[in-house]
Design a protein around this ligand. Structure first.
Ligand code: NAD
Length: 423
């Protein structure tokens, strides 16, 4: 491949995503022509726009991105993140991971991702709304219910999705709930989307712990991140009888080897924004959470946190990846050699996009499902995807990440081949 192709996306996550892809494409003997097409996203949009702070005097220029990795399968789908260090390459790498994820759970989307380089924790509610609405206007021609459907991600939430939907709808002149998923239920959002990623992840706990002969009701779990994914993973793990001994956020981690009161910690964060100051557990450094004596580790905050630096100190026998790309390629090698069972991000956190798909189907059909229907279908899809990937791992004698990528890449490669090349 021409080494210059894709250099626009130069960033650690993009290199990680391409590195994972290359390793598995080689293992699969994937056709080089197809591999070249899949290494780079099909469409990417970079925008800059003015953002007026509440004090009126200050107008900052913000950078925003929307990258659509694969338009072969249907509309593209993926979250929008607001974070202080987002760049085009990060969004491109994450869009590629979304493509494999959608293929693994069998939802008819290609991968996309978006982001604005801004620290949402420093914004007032009015500022957050202005950033969201202006960014939506900047990308309005590349999103839509049949083209590209955003969702929440790091630093964005249901409210942000509601503003996005409202901005889009004002522009086209009528309400278009299906332009975005992860909206509040009052606007046509799925009643089970908020919990979907954490819940879906924990549906895999029994099978993942069984792979290392652990009893899911007896295990201890540490969760890095206590936002949308981390919090609901903690709730779902606790409901299954597991002991959640540590959770963290950007302020640090709380730890109690006897098990945390997850509801109390959640209430504390709702009222105080950060875990710091939580009275009923030890407060430790967020990075120290990774090396605690636990059975299961769930990274559910940001990327590249499990690295060559801490991989050898990790004591967990099972890692279930809630965050996208939490493990670097080097760390992945170390953990594989140490026989740690990793349920990779593209499988473990696919509950989010699965329920987003249900939400989109509900919105375009104007037919609302019950919570029981949603949760039962989510469980069925997640457990079947796990079984499929596990059987590929056993048959091909590879780790779960390679097996998941094999499943996703093969499906996309087959679709690309039958569609042919235009013109
Ligand atoms: P969120 O913003 O709701 O929560 C993020 C959590 O991580 C918070 O507790 C925050 O304090 C913590 N955090 C943020 N920056 C940090 C830093 N620099 N160091 C340590 N902790 C930090 O985000 P989320 O929606 O829960 O997403 C978390 C991860 O899961 C992301 O990688 C996202 O891409 C991935 N993901 C999310 C969904 C979803 O449905 N929301 C679906 C699939 C994957």
């Amino acid at each position: 491949m021409d080494p210059h192709i894709g250099r626009e996306f130069d960033s650690p996550i993009y290199h990680e995503a391409v590195g994972q892809f290359d390793r598995v494409a080689k293992l699969m003997g994937l056709d080089d022509n197809i591999a070249d097409r899949l290494r780079v996203p099909q469409k990417s949009t970079t925008v800059s726009f003015p953002f007026r702070h509440d004090n009126y005097a200050e107008v900052e220029t913000l950078m925003g991105y929307r990258v659509q990795h694969l338009t072969t399968m249907g509309p593209t789908k993926g979250g929008i993140r607001f974070a202080p260090d987002v760049d085009l390459g990060e969004v491109a790498g994450l869009a590629m991971l979304m493509t494999w994820k959608c293929a693994i759970v069998g939802v008819p989307f290609g991968g996309a991702k978006g982001g604005v380089r801004v620290n949402p924790m420093e914004l007032s509610r009015a500022e957050l709304q202005r950033v969201t609405r202006r960014f939506t206007m900047e990308i309005i021609n590349v999103i839509g219910p049949e083209t590209d459907i955003p969702a929440p991600d790091l630093g964005t939430n249901e409210q942000v999705m509601a503003w996005l939907m409202d901005t889009y709808s004002q522009h086209v002149g009528h309400a278009v709930p299906s332009v975005v998923t992860g909206k509040p239920p009052s606007l046509g959002g799925s009643i089970a989307r908020r919990e979907a990623t954490g819940r879906g992840l924990m549906f895999l706990l029994p099978a993942a712990t069984a792979a290392r002969a652990l009893d899911p009701k007896e295990v201890t779990i540490a969760i890095h991140g206590f936002g949308n994914v981390g919090k609901y993973a903690a709730v779902a793990g606790h409901q299954q009888g597991a002991k959640i001994v540590a959770v963290s956020d950007i302020s640090g981690a709380i730890y109690d080897s006897d098990g945390l009161d997850v509801d109390a910690a959640s209430k504390w964060v709702d009222e105080n924004r950060y875990l710091e100051g939580y009275p009923d557990a030890d407060f430790i450094d967020g990075d120290d959470l990774f090396t605690l004596p636990v059975d299961v580790l769930v990274p559910a905050a940001i990327q590249n946190v499990i690295t060559a630096k801490n991989a050898n100190e990790i004591q967990a026998k099972v890692i279930i990846e809630g965050a996208n790309n939490p493990t670097t390629l080097e760390a992945d090698d170390i953990l594989r050699d140490r026989d740690v069972f990793i349920v990779p991000d593209i499988l473990a956190n696919a509950g989010g996009v699965t329920v987003s798909y249900f939400e989109w189907v509900q919105d375009i059909q104007k037919y609302i499902w019950t919570e029981n229907e949603i949760v039962a279908r989510l469980r069925e899809i997640m457990t079947r995807a796990f079984e499929d990937v596990h059987s590929i791992a056993t048959r091909e004698n590879v780790d779960m990440r390679s097996a998941a990528l094999m499943k996703g890449i093969q499906k996309i490669a087959d679709a690309k081949l039958v569609r042919g090349i235009f013109p």
